[in-house]
Design a protein around this ligand. Sequence first.
Ligand SMILES: C[S@@+](CC[C@H](N)C(=O)[O-])C[C@H]1O[C@@H](n2cnc3c(N)ncnc32)[C@H](O)[C@@H]1O
Length: 214
Amino acid sequence: MKQILLKYTDNGDNDFETFLQINTHKIFNGRKFLNDDEVNYLLPSDKAEADREAISYAIRRRLFQRYFFSPIEEKLNTGATVLDIGCGPGLWMRDVGLDHPSSTFIGIDVDTTQFPPHDRHPSNVGFLGCNATHGIPFPPETFDFVHISMMCTAFTESQWYQVVRDVGRVLKYNGWVEIIVADLLIKNLGKAGKLVLETCMYPLIIIRPFEVFV
Ligand SMILES: C[S@@+](CC[C@H](N)C(=O)[O-])C[C@H]1O[C@@H](n2cnc3c(N)ncnc32)[C@H](O)[C@@H]1O
């Protein structure tokens, strides 16, 4: 069974539609993708993509030498409520959650197949399956910190406006939002790098015009 949120209301009287979904994935060019007309996500949902995401996260962690850039450390130490939109397998939440046991971390993602089992993540970290473009299913002023990372292949321009506006609704006064997106026009590439870039740009430009404004 699959449940989608049709309408979010602040009083908790949310409108859901439940239906039977047999094929959660479809195969394209030998790769598995989410089979959901409501989702624009361009990247696959399979083991190879999970491996790529884990490597990408490890590189960013090494490169940045920190988990976030916002001045939120003090608040995280005393107890903050954090939302990670498009959390994937929750690697970022696992690391920040372990460092900040007084804070609560909630990850939302449309692809619940990536979520780790309950005994494989810190107890202050939780996961919720939902499409962020249907509205963030939390009351106003819930979060001290909202983190959105590597979501440039997930939303159209109008969806970015919608999601960012909704982030403003769920963010507490004086809260912080951190959005990290990659610059896809990488310079000084070698032969293999150029091939990878061309392969990645094809779906972005041809299948859905690339419209990120962040
Ligand atoms: C490239 S991954 C990034 C994962 C993680 N944030 C990171 O930085 O490693 C993008 C994630 O966005 C999720 N996603 C795509 N469209 C979404 C939507 N409409 N609502 C919620 N999550 C979405 C995908 O399932 C995927 O897990």
